[in-house]
Design a protein around this ligand. Structure first.
Ligand SMILES: Cc1ncc(C[n+]2csc(CCOP(=O)(O)OP(=O)(O)O)c2C)c(N)n1
Length: 302
């Protein structure tokens, strides 16, 4: 089992930059959608898709794949960009985000989009689904790993804690939770709206192994994913400390960017900071009409 890209840290940094360019560019024609959370999760997401997960984009339902359940559904700009960059569909599709003639809905739909394991948007459900998949995989004797991608705001949902209790009780060491801990949510700071700290202690009390990392430091993210894979007898959760809007100075740590897209002018400013222009990156996406398949597919074609 291996990731089909297996990028180096230098390559991961470049890919994360491209993911941020995709996010900003696709939000302009959409005229709606989320910007802040996708930018904060871009580095963790890139590490997962381009170093950690086992999958074959030619065969999204390949039996040998790892499974990732995207519980905070609203961050579709980063979710779809990762899937497109990884080859699940052509990158030009990103320009049809949230439009009637595209397959990329505002919140992810497993019926419409290859690589979306489960539809989401209603916060707090992904960990329960992941626990079921982890138990099922264990029953089947399958060695795949299960990843539950969550946000900090959604830790306020009660269902998370029933699922966390089950995962600890059943010692699901094939399960890894990742939390985008950017301290921001839809209308303010998480600690002001409904405090979730001490989050690490809470998960430890529910019998999880807890790792805290700087979610913009690739060495730390890689180290944590490796440690999670080697942790036996309990599930692992990685608290990735991130910054809302990371990569764009005027969005940095501003919860106001939770759920609005940039205007064309704001996108130009953001893309200049990301080393390109709107026209250049839009043209790059528009002309990428074939899926970017990996040179070494992990799956059935290997
Ligand atoms: C069950 C449920 N309640 C409320 C919402 C509305 N909602 C959408 S995003 C969001 C904030 C969640 O916080 P977080 O995911 O940490 O936000 P981000 O870091 O992306 O700003 C809320 C309350 C929802 N999608 N689902």
């Amino acid at each position: 089992m291996a990731n089909p890209y297996n990028l180096s840290i230098l390559e991961l940094k470049q890919k994360a930059l491209e993911i941020r360019r995709d996010i900003i560019t696709m939000l302009v024609p959409a005229k709606s959608g989320h910007t802040g959370g996708p930018l904060s999760f871009a580095d963790v997401g890139t590490t997962l898709f381009f170093h950690e997960l086992t999958f074959d984009p030619r065969h999204p339902k390949w039996e040998g794949r790892d499974m990732w359940f995207w519980s905070f559904g609203h961050v579709t700009p980063v979710h779809y960009s990762l899937l497109a960059e990884a080859g699940f569909f052509p990158k030009c599709d990103l320009l049809k985000f949230r439009q009637f003639d595209g397959h990329l809905q505002g919140h992810p739909s497993s019926l419409d989009t290859p690589g979306v394991e489960v539809s989401s948007g209603s916060l707090g459900q992904g960990l329960s689904i992941a626990v079921g998949a982890a138990l099922g995989s264990r029953l089947d004797g399958h060695s795949r790993r299960i990843y539950a991608l969550m946000s900090d705001g959604e830790q306020q949902e009660g269902a998370i804690w029933e699922a966390a209790m089950s995962a600890g009780h059943y010692k699901l060491d094939n399960l890894c939770g990742l939390i985008d801990y950017n301290q921001a949510q839809i209308d303010g700071r998480v600690e002001d709206i409904m405090g979730i700290s001490p989050l690490a202690d809470k998960y430890r009390a529910f019998r999880w192994h807890v790792i805290e990392v700087d979610g913009h430091n690739f060495e730390e993210i890689l180290g944590a994913l490796d440690e999670a894979r080697h942790t036996k007898g309990k599930p692992t959760v990685i608290l990735a400390h991130t910054i809302m809007g990371q990569g764009v100075s005027f969005m940095h740590d501003k919860y106001e960017w939770h759920g609005k897209p940039p205007t064309k002018e704001q996108a130009e400013k953001a893309l200049a900071e990301l080393g390109t222009t709107f026209d250049e990156w839009h043209n790059h996406l528009a002309t990428s009409t074939e899926p970017a398949y990996p040179q070494k597919p992990a799956g059935v074609l290997a």
